[in-house]
Design a protein around this ligand. Structure first.
Ligand code: SF4
Length: 80
């Protein structure tokens, strides 16, 4: 089996899925794909994405919000 080259961590993107060893926690690949990866997400982008999804959920009717709450948030409604 070929040994993988250790990546230069300073050249890798600011991504929440990047480990200290330059691996990706999100995708099933051994080494981060770098700046052009379409799945790259910074902490700020994650926060904005959550805000948007919570805004969308809060616009749904109460029964649907309750269903989402039970299925994905253990009964809590963090968007309220
Ligand atoms: S940029 Fe892509 S490959 Fe690299 S850690 Fe993030 S999601 Fe994984």
């Amino acid at each position: 089996m070929a040994k993988l080259k250790t990546p230069n961590l300073l050249e890798l993107p600011d991504c929440i899925s990047l480990t200290d060893l330059g691996k990706c926690k999100r995708l099933n690949i051994p080494i981060c794909q770098g700046q052009n990866c379409p799945f790259k997400m910074t902490t700020e982008e994650l926060i904005e994405s959550k805000k948007l999804s919570f805004r969308i959920i809060s616009d749904l009717d109460e029964s649907l919000q309750s269903h989402i709450s039970m299925k994905y948030y253990n009964g809590s409604m963090p968007w309220k």
